[in-house]
Ligand binder design. Sequence first.
Ligand code: FAD
Length: 273
Amino acid sequence: MTEKTPPALNSVVVLKQEISPRYMILRVASDGWPLPDFIPGQFAVLGLPGSTPRYILSTPEPYPPGPNELVRRAYSIASSSKINEYMDFYVGLVSSGSLTPRLFSLKVGDHLWLGPKISGMFTLDQVAEGKNVVMIATGTGLAPYISIMTSELTCGSPRRFAVLHGAYHSWDLGYRSELLALQHLCKNFTYLATIDRPEDEPVPWPGYIGWVQDLWKKDVIAKAWGIHPTPGDTDVFLCGNPAMIDEMVGILSKEGYCEHTHKNPGQIHIERY
Ligand SMILES: Cc1cc2nc3c(=O)[nH]c(=O)nc-3n(C[C@H](O)[C@H](O)[C@H](O)COP(=O)(O)OP(=O)(O)OC[C@H]3O[C@@H](n4cnc5c(N)ncnc54)[C@H](O)[C@@H]3O)c2cc1C
């Protein structure tokens, strides 16, 4: 049997920011080719050969890839579409996964594969002009919202934005300081975070406790905006854990929201990780 040719690793890690041992922001620059344009909310594909070492905190993978096999997965672009120097990805470690333990072992200067094709319709251009936008995420499901907020938020515009983020611990809430600062600067932006393991916190957590879908049930948006969001004035984006998405779709459907598809425009936009 002939060996597969090793893939050309066309990109380079230029920054690795460890948020916690299980979350990181990976900044990737292209190695001598122009990065593609994208619409905030879209995703790219990252890849590494099976020969890449696995991260120390990982566990064995059930089906190890061949050394020259390119392991590829989709990742939402977290950086602004106004920046074409690099792309940021907010990545969570799946201990027994195939790609994330290899991504976590990378260092600045290491090469990886970045697919030149950008995809996805989890974007604001699917939302009618002037409507408010509530963006709900668990974990790294925050990534597309960071791109949207840093590319498309116009401070002081009549359109309101809210980001609702859920994680286990406060230290898993990536981009928290940026989002708190944005909330301070932009009256039309609301940021609410919730954690569900408060007993692990080194100091008492001052924010919400529970799952992110509980925030919607507690009507926190109405408290922040002074109006209860309805399908007529607000679209809702859901990204991350499939269980959170399923529960939110159930809650929103009872309030009259419908899932958005190519054929049937609706007010619920979904990206399942
Ligand atoms: C459109 C799209 C965008 C995505 N964007 C991001 C992103 O911005 N950041 C990010 O970290 N991931 C993102 N993902 C998930 C990503 O593509 C991988 O599935 C994930 O990183 C796990 O890859 P892996 O090879 O390490 O694990 P795999 O070997 O693929 O999976 C191992 C097992 O872990 C489960 N699993 C997969 N993802 C997760 C998860 N996030 N948490 C817990 N268990 C999981 C799988 O169901 C499987 O059973 C996105 C997925 C899609 C479809």
